[in-house]
Design a protein around this ligand. Structure first.
Ligand code: FAD
Ligand code: SF4
Ligand code: SF4
Length: 470
């Protein structure tokens, strides 16, 4: 069969790297409707829908793409609405290359790029939010029960939206002063504008989801109180407690966890000091330790705060880099330096308690470890020094104990995460379900959403059966 469409994804507009590294505006500017139609024309409408198998919330991808191709944006939004509560978020930050696009038939053809499914999803979502009357269908019957949701990240927002659509009264309790979880306090504005997250949250509130911020479950209210008042509860408190390497000098001024650094910038206006009393250090030379999305976000944020030199030190090589490849390319374009096979051994004091640089050692890759990736091993005698007035550790996060330490009935695994059924999210406590990073460990937005979607079905079944048995 002769192929009549482009091998490559339809190019998408981006802010120029030289300009964007000095501002927090969104990097990717999205497709126009015409560009979206051209890209949608690359979809083969495969009968077996392999791409759908790669999407944890099972969006009917060929169906919405067909609508885009035909210019029927309302139809595309309607398809999307059946499967996801956060299309504008996923279209921007989902690791599409390893999810839906990784299974796209077009991408399997020699030298062809897959259909830009994520970018088309973003186009549809942005179109929907630009319309005045594109509200999801609100449930109007008698309420089927009451569900409490702890945390307001993507997993919680998904379970809450789906349960509201099914006819439940849903209340979200969030510890921070703003809803959205990592979408609000972790992922920077230049990748995911706050107004986009707020629009998706507002859409959910219009469905009837009630969100109460500044409530720390385990402190402000207990799980026992929640269980008495609600028919079921979903816990998705994320994995926000930062890990540290534990090398000497970690307590010096100028050494941050990426969580703290990004939260100050994203949620607490740290970059607007002294207008806001939560400064994020405006450093000249910054070293970021790690190789995931969090490390890329910290490095690119430091650049935008005015750092002259930003170096990412990663203990493995480019081939093992866990960050999305798109984010890595953007970081390179913005002038971020990458020091592969490098690990810090000490943060060095300038004599006044302030960081003056990072002692590092070169690594080489040995035998595979438990994760299947080759273990980095220090190369003896290869120590070197990087001058820096700020170091940011982005080496992973673990479970936050505030809720869990006050809820001993909840069974945890050996890493301190909640033990929950993979398909339903059911935990050791009847009526309490859990999902997202607090079950899997730090993962992705779409996996957290997938868990929320499955749990919504399980919670509906649980409450329906409980009420029928009375
Ligand atoms: P979270 O988003 O962590 O939300 C948990 C919420 O629970 C938080 O708001 C927290 O304040 C609240 N909470 C905690 N304890 C309590 C309590 N006791 N009471 C009430 N509320 C509580 N994934 C991607 O797919 N793509 C990306 O590009 C990407 N980039 C990332 C960049 C950064 C900087 C970070 C940190 C993560 C990134 N991730 C990315 C990972 C992704 O954001 C997470 O996997 C996802 O947000 C997990 O969702 P969640 O709902 O489980 O929890
Ligand atoms: Fe692909 Fe993510 Fe959209 Fe699913 S939600 S279709 S995995 S971009
Ligand atoms: Fe279209 Fe690719 Fe999905 Fe086939 S696999 S339906 S080409 S998006």
């Amino acid at each position: 069969m002769a192929v009549t469409f482009s091998k490559w994804k339809t190019p998408i507009k981006e802010q120029d790297a030289e300009v964007r590294k000095g501002n927090f505006g969104e990097v990717c500017l999205g497709y126009s409707l015409e560009e979206g139609q051209i890209e949608a024309g690359r979809c083969l409408q495969c009968k077996t829908k392999p791409c759908v198998a790669g999407c944890p919330v099972k969006i009917d991808i060929p169906a919405f793409i067909k609508c885009v191709k035909e210019g029927d944006m309302a139809g595309a939004a309607e398809v999307m609405d059946k499967y996801t509560n956060l299309p504008a978020v996923c279209g921007r930050v989902c690791p599409q290359e390893s999810q839906c696009e990784g299974l796209c038939t077009v991408g399997k053809m020699k030298d062809f790029e897959p259909v830009a499914i994520g970018k088309l999803e973003r186009l549809v979502a942005d179109w929907k939010y630009a319309q005045e009357n594109m509200q999801s269908k609100v449930y109007e019957g008698e309420k089927k029960g009451k569900v409490a949701v702890v945390g307001s990240g993507p997993s919680s927002l998904t379970v809450a939206g789906d349960l509201a659509k099914m006819g439940y009264e849903v209340k979200i309790f969030e510890a921070l002063h703003a809803a959205g979880g990592v979408l609000i306090y972790g992922i920077p504005e230049f990748r995911l504008p706050k107004k986009i997250v707020k629009m998706e949250i507002e859409a959910m509130q219009k469905l009837g989801v009630d969100i109460e911020c500044n409530v720390v479950v385990g402190k402000t209210i207990t799980m026992q109180e929640i269980m008495e008042e609600y028919d079921a509860c979903y816990i998705a408190v994320g994995a926000g407690a930062p890990h540290f390497q534990g090398v000497p000098g970690t307590t010096l001024n100028g050494v941050y966890s990426a969580s703290e650094y990004l939260t100050r910038i994203n949620l607490m206006h740290g970059y607007e000091f002294p207008k806001f009393d939560t400064p994020a250090k405006k450093a000249k030379k910054v070293v970021v330790i790690g190789g995931g999305n969090v490390a890329m976000d910290a490095a690119r944020s430091a650049k935008r705060l005015g750092a002259e030199e930003v170096t990412v030190a990663y203990r493995r090589s480019l081939a093992e880099l866990p960050a999305r490849i798109e984010e890595y390319h953007h970081a390179v374009e913005e002038g971020i330096i990458f020091n592969w096979l490098t690990n810090p051994t000490e943060y060095v004091d300038d004599g006044s308690g302030q960081l003056k640089g990072v002692k590092c050692i070169k690594m080489e890759l040995g035998e595979p470890d438990a994760s299947g990736r080759r273990r980095p091993v220090p190369v003896e005698g290869s120590e070197f020094f990087i001058e820096a007035d700020c170091a940011i550790e982005a080496i992973g996060q673990g479970s936050n104990k505030v809720l869990l330490s006050t809820f001993p009935e909840m069974k945890l695994n050996k890493w301190g995460y909640i033990e929950a059924d993979e398909k339903t999210g059911a935990t050791s406590v009847p009526g309490v379900f859990a999902g997202g990073d607090i079950v899997t460990g730090a993962a992705t937005v779409i996996l957290a959403m997938g868990a929320g979607k499955d749990a919504a079905v399980a919670i509906d079944k649980y409450i329906t059966e409980k009420k029928a048995a009375k």
